[in-house]
Design a protein around this ligand. Structure first.
Ligand code: GAL
Length: 657
């Protein structure tokens, strides 16, 4: 694994550049990402390109032996473009344009913005596409950052109507699919369809879902426009995008099909502070280390998105500036995060940023250096970990025994119609992930379309829509499959399946969900295995019965609610869990994993494990000291037998045998 850094030569005096490049190389940095916000310097007015400064910056970096990732600058449109056509600015739901003076002031549906973006990407790619130091391209920067993905502009509306026409062909088909007879919502032409906002009452959920599908397709097509240009003019270079933590407003699986590498921007403390479903107690507890499963969750998601190839494009290296509170990580944590990414198979960990900038919006954001050019704590740790990585034997990640299925459309469906205010899909998926990880497991996070055959267990926290093909795939899976509540509860057009949930899955798992119960806060239902209470359902339960007139002889009930209704049922290798479970989830997962032949190792506190080929890593997020579960006689390649908070140990599972 290589170390990298995010660098902005245009923000520093030119006479720093040479020394900066030398210092990067000495520190152990090999990859440098530049240029992703420098549109105003590359094209100060329309069609007038100024490359001299960038030629020079790339030359200096290359001379120091550094490899360059070029970012396309489309997240920061210059003033001249806004003046030329103010409709490049996105519009909020109330018809107000967002202004110039920050970043991401762009409407992905606007033709002027798309054309100007294509032009600058092409000009950059033509100039640098074959430069020997340029190894990769980053498209744009964090699509959707600052919650800017959706624009409610006339351009968005126009393209949404075209998108609908493409999907439904005739307006009669749309009226029927949407159920527009309800509340007299029928329309006579695609031009009569509006955006699902500022209505007197809630929008038709399929209207909202189709708009979300459209917005996702819109950003994917904008990205594809860039990747096609880059591939034409820069053959053999990897194309990547930097995704954000817990962001789901577009289908990452879909976008990743156009990329070579999936990357994400890892800010463990910033995310712990801002992710809405992390409890106040956990924010406090993990304020200086980050939540122990948060980074790993995204690493495993990226590995799936990138078909094995993934990077951290931006790694927190000290305090950030964008959360409510921005604490300093404990000493050693920047190193520990880096080693954890290595254990999950990252090819590159690139720190944000080389040096703290003493002006503008991010002046309180740390980097590897202080604004006065002095090496900061993050820089010291980067230097240390660069040396440590060089000592580790080469290895490759194996596929994990367990797949966790993440589905973006389910996220949108439950956002649009939560039915219970606290039914948060990402929280549910993260809860499953965290529970599996605390059982000592390696996990691959995959799309419902992924090939699942090699996994001993496939865990689907919930999937709103199950097509007959997916139902067949899950039923034929050679391992065990667990589906959580609300699975199969919706059709393609956001309706209830004719046969009732779980829809087409009933063919293989003969149960039917008659009604659903959304549980108020503090309302819980005991869940029992025999006489033993394993936990309590909260937030949600499905009222499940065996499917009438079906052969239900093989249907087993592993756990039931206190009122006798089934909670965890199994038929063949398919399992269904009819509730949002808190502390009972480990028991249910263990039943499934045991049946699948997956052995588990219960971890407590902040200790977490991860295998990387035959090497194994333990990391302690603290605060209590933790013994490394290394077999007696096995020497450690790195670290100590007892880990304090923020410490890491690595050993070779084949040594000492
Ligand atoms: C990311 C972004 C960077 C920088 C960073 C600060 O979201 O991609 O440009 O703003 O956050 O933490």
């Amino acid at each position: 694994m290589k170390l990298g850094v995010c660098y902005y030569p245009e923000q520093w005096p030119e006479d720093y550049w040479h020394q900066d490049a030398q210092d990067m190389a000495h520190l152990g940095i090999q990859v440098v990402r530049i240029a992703e916000f420098a549109w105003s310097r590359m094209e100060p007015s329309e069609g007038l390109y100024q490359w001299e400064w960038l030629d020079k910056a790339i030359h200096i970096l290359a001379e120091a032996g550094l490899q360059v990732v070029l970012g396309t600058p489309t997240a920061a449109p210059p003033r001249w473009l806004v003046d030329k056509d103010p409709s490049v600015l996105p519009m909020d739901a109330y018809g107000r344009r967002k202004g110039f003076g920050a970043r991401r002031h762009c409407d992905l549906s606007n033709a002027s913005y798309r054309n100007a973006s294509a032009a600058i990407v092409q000009a950059m790619a033509q100039r640098y596409g074959k430069h020997p130091a340029v190894i990769a391209w980053q498209t744009d920067n964090e699509y959707g950052c600052h919650d800017t993905l959706t624009s409610y502009s006339p351009d968005a509306l126009r393209r949404f109507r075209l998108w609908l026409k493409e999907r439904y062909k005739t307006i009669e088909t749309l009226n029927t699919a949407w159920g527009n007879v309800f509340w007299s919502m029928e329309v006579g032409s695609f031009e009569q369809v509006e955006l699902p906002i500022t209505l007197a009452a809630p929008a038709n959920p399929i209207h909202s879902l189709d708009f979300k599908r459209f917005v996702s397709d819109e950003v994917c097509s904008f990205n594809r426009m860039q990747t096609e240009i880059l591939r034409t003019h820069s053959p053999g270079r990897d194309v990547l995008h930097n995704f954000m933590g817990f962001y789901g407003e577009f289908d990452h699986h879909r976008m990743a099909q156009d990329l070579d590498i999936a990357t994400w921007d890892s800010y463990p403390l910033g995310h712990t502070e801002t992710v809405p479903f992390i409890t106040e107690a956990d924010r406090q507890r993990w304020s200086r280390t980050g939540h122990p499963d948060l980074s790993a969750y995204h690493h495993d998601l990226m590995r799936g998105l990138g078909q094995g190839r993934w990077w951290i494009m931006e790694q927190q290296a000290g305090p950030v500036n964008w959360a409510q509170w921005n604490p300093i990580p404990i000493p050693g944590m920047v190193r520990a995060w880096t080693l954890e990414a290595w254990a999950h198979g990252a090819e590159v960990v690139s720190y944000f940023r080389w040096r703290q900038l003493p002006y503008a919006q991010e002046q309180m954001h740390s980097g590897l250096h202080l604004p006065n050019r002095q090496l900061d704590q993050g820089g010291l740790e980067a230097r240390q970990v660069a040396q440590e990585l060089a000592q580790l034997p080469p290895t490759r990640s194996n596929p994990a025994p367990v797949a966790l299925v993440l589905d973006y459309e389910s996220l949108w469906i439950y956002q649009i119609q939560p039915q219970g205010a606290d039914f948060h899909y990402q929280e549910l998926v993260f809860q499953y992930y965290s529970t599996l990880r605390q059982l000592g497991l390696d996990i691959d996070i995959v799309s419902p379309d992924a090939t699942l055959e090699n996994y001993a267990a496939v865990i689907v926290p919930s999937i709103a829509r199950i097509s007959p093909a997916l139902a067949d795939k899950l039923a034929q899976h050679p391992g065990h499959v667990l589906l959580g509540p609300r699975s199969g509860s919706k059709t393609e057009h956001f309706g209830i399946p004719a046969e009732l949930p779980p829809g087409p899955l009933q063919v293989h798992l003969p149960i039917q969900v008659l009604r659903v119960d959304s549980l108020r806060p503090h309302t819980t239902l005991a869940v029992q295995q025999g006489q033993h209470t394993i936990g309590h359902a909260s937030r949600w339960r499905d009222v499940v019965q065996p499917l009438p007139q079906a052969n239900t002889s093989g249907l087993q009930v592993h756990a039931h609610f206190a009122d006798g209704l089934p909670a965890h049922v199994q038929h063949g290798r398919l399992h269904y869990l009819a509730a949002w479970l808190g502390e009972g989830l480990p028991s249910v997962l263990q039943t499934v994993l045991h049946a699948a032949g997956v052995s588990t190792q219960a971890l407590t506190g902040g200790l977490r494990l991860r295998s990387h080929g035959q090497l194994r890593m333990a990391i302690n997020y603290g605060p209590d000291a933790a013994a490394v579960p290394v077999p007696p006689g096995t020497p450690l390649l790195l670290g100590q037998a007892v880990l304090q908070a923020g410490e890491v140990a690595i050993w070779d599972t084949a040594a000492g045998m």
